[in-house]
Write a protein that binds this ligand. Structure first.
Ligand code: TYD
Length: 211
């Protein structure tokens, strides 16, 4: 028994901190846990991350972004996720194909540049193969609260986009969470402790028996 758990949501929703807290908690409970992030976690994925998020980097269309995010995902799933699951480990990953559907398929302001969702779904299926997330938790947060939480850090290329983009990201996540299998929305407002308590209530019943 293994678990492939994903935390996803708007920039600034706190998924990195929450994933770290969940990882420590699951290790405490006797699980072997692998904490991963998209794009990244493999050497190729981290190189793609720099290309995708560098504010001084080349401009790209949503289609190009979708292909690069998907390439990073395919490597991470093949190199890290599938082998960990085969050993019965718990994988806690930040982001998944849902981010691509939302950021490249729904949120771009120029409607003609939005990548059609059926194509993005197919890319997602290709990148994951049979290794699909068992549960995707969308951390939902008001975009102004999220922006305030990120205020102390330099925004990357995507975080620097206008408020309307991030609002469409939020609405996109909420809409897709209703349609996609294995999605749960968790309120990401309040303190780290509040959010972690809500998350553990969702995750606890999913954890395999510790080895
Ligand atoms: P993130 O991990 O949230 O960065 P941070 O280090 O700030 O926590 O994600 C990187 C950015 O990439 C984020 O703005 C969302 C975006 N993204 C997409 O646009 N499409 C995707 O498929 C993925 C995985 C991320």
């Amino acid at each position: 028994m293994s678990l492939y758990l994903v935390l996803d949501g708007v920039d600034g929703c706190g998924k990195s901190s929450q994933a770290s807290l969940l990882t420590a908690w699951a290790i405490d409970r006797g699980h072997e846990v692998v904490h991963l992030r998209e794009p990244g976690s493999t050497p190729l994925g981290e190189a793609l991350r720099r290309l995708l998020l560098d504010r001084d980097g080349a401009a790209m269309s949503p289609l190009t972004e979708a292909l690069l995010f998907t390439a990073a995902r395919a490597e991470m799933v093949r190199e890290l996720v599938a082998p960990a699951l085969a050993k019965g480990k718990v994988v806690i990953a930040e982001r998944c194909f849902l981010s691509t559907l939302v950021y490249q398929g729904i949120a771009p302001a120029d409607e003609s540049a939005r990548v059609p969702l059926p194509l993005l779904r197919e890319l997602g299926r290709r990148a994951h193969g049979i290794t699909m997330p068992d549960r995707i938790v969308v951390l939902d947060l008001d975009v102004d609260v999220a922006r305030a939480r990120r205020a102390h850090q330099n925004p990357d290329r995507i975080e620097a986009r206008e408020r309307g983009y991030h609002q469409r990201v939020r609405e996109g996540f909420l809409g897709l969470a209703r349609e996609e299998a294995h999605c749960t929305v968790v309120d990401a407002s309040g303190s780290h402790e509040d959010v972690q308590r809500r998350l553990r209530a969702v995750v606890e019943p999913l954890l395999p028996r510790p080895r």
